[in-house]
Design a protein around this ligand. Structure first.
Ligand SMILES: Nc1nc2c(c(=O)[nH]1)N[C@H]1C(S)=C(S)[C@@H](COP(=O)(O)O)O[C@H]1N2
Ligand SMILES: [Mo]
Length: 254
């Protein structure tokens, strides 16, 4: 059963949350006594200060003339399962994104529904650990709007992104992020790249863009977003396919 979320409830809800979070950080960093208290603490090392404050910052956005002429594909370029092929054959009309787990109102959203919600557009650089980068223009729905619509529980600490493809022989591809990235204004579920519907090679019909992190966090072929308290029960327990099988860092900040 799908639940209708209106444009208005989503906009007001998430708008307030994102603005609130950023305003909060700003106040903290401007308040000199709070700052001194924090940074004089013995265990508060320089790296912690940097990474903590940097988590809310925006990733760099580029100009349209800087967009790469070709955005290559990496990892899975087609899930090639019977289920996925059936979804692709009718233009993803029967595809649904499920948002469930620790939410008050589990959602089941069609592509048409996502298209009808407010969008964000951003031109960002994608950096893959395998040694290539590409600049692309993404369009999609801010994840925060959907979390508001679903009524995310305060117990939720992570979001797990379940994909339609196998990452390899050891299991399905999946990824996860924490709540700082979940509510970050540039974290979107993208359905278009460079003003065209997402191609199969780049994750059709929907993929995550979490712009402060490396390429392998940008889960393609999204089927389900699950809100959880802990990652330990999910597949190998390290929060992502590559984290489980190859020891990649869970937090892949750029
Ligand atoms: N579902 C899924 N998502 C994935 C992958 C994958 O194999 N399967 N590969 C990751 C890696 S390593 C990179 S660099 C990017 C590549 O995105 P692109 O194919 O659009 O270039 O997707 C990431 N997301
Ligand atoms: Mo990658």
């Amino acid at each position: 059963m799908s639940i209708l979320i209106t444009r208005r409830t989503l906009v007001t809800g998430a708008g307030l949350t994102a603005a609130g979070m950023l305003a909060g950080c700003d106040r903290l960093s401007r308040n000199e006594s709070a700052r001194e208290l924090l940074f004089s603490a013995e265990n508060f090392h320089r790296w912690a200060q940097r990474s903590l404050l940097a988590r809310d910052a925006l990733a760099r956005e580029y100009r349209p003339d800087q967009i790469s002429p070709f955005f290559r594909s990496n990892g899975t370029s087609n899930p090639n399962t019977e289920d996925y092929k059936a979804l692709w054959r009718d233009g993803f009309a029967h595809w649904r994104l499920r948002i469930d787990g620790l939410v008050a109102r589990p959602l089941s959203l069609s592509l048409a529904h996502l298209h009808a919600l407010p969008h964000r557009e951003q031109i960002t650089r994608h950096d893959c650990v395998e040694g290539w980068s590409a600049i692309g223009k993404w369009r999609g729905v801010p994840l925060g709007l959907l979390l508001k619509g679903a009524g995310l529980s305060t117990r939720a600490r992570y979001l797990v992104f379940h994909c339609a493809d196998m990452g390899g022989p050891s299991g399905p591809y999946y990824e996860s992020i924490d709540m700082v990235d979940a509510w970050h204004p540039q974290t979107i579920l993208a359905f278009a790249l460079n003003d065209r519907p997402l191609k199969v090679a780049n994750g059709a019909p929907l993929r995550l863009r979490v712009e402060r992190q490396l390429g392998y966090k940008q889960a393609k072929y999204l089927m389900r977003v699950e809100a959880v308290e802990s990652l330990s029960q999910i597949y190998g327990g390290k929060g992502g396919y590559w984290e489980d099988v190859a020891g990649y860092d869970w937090y892949a900040g750029i």
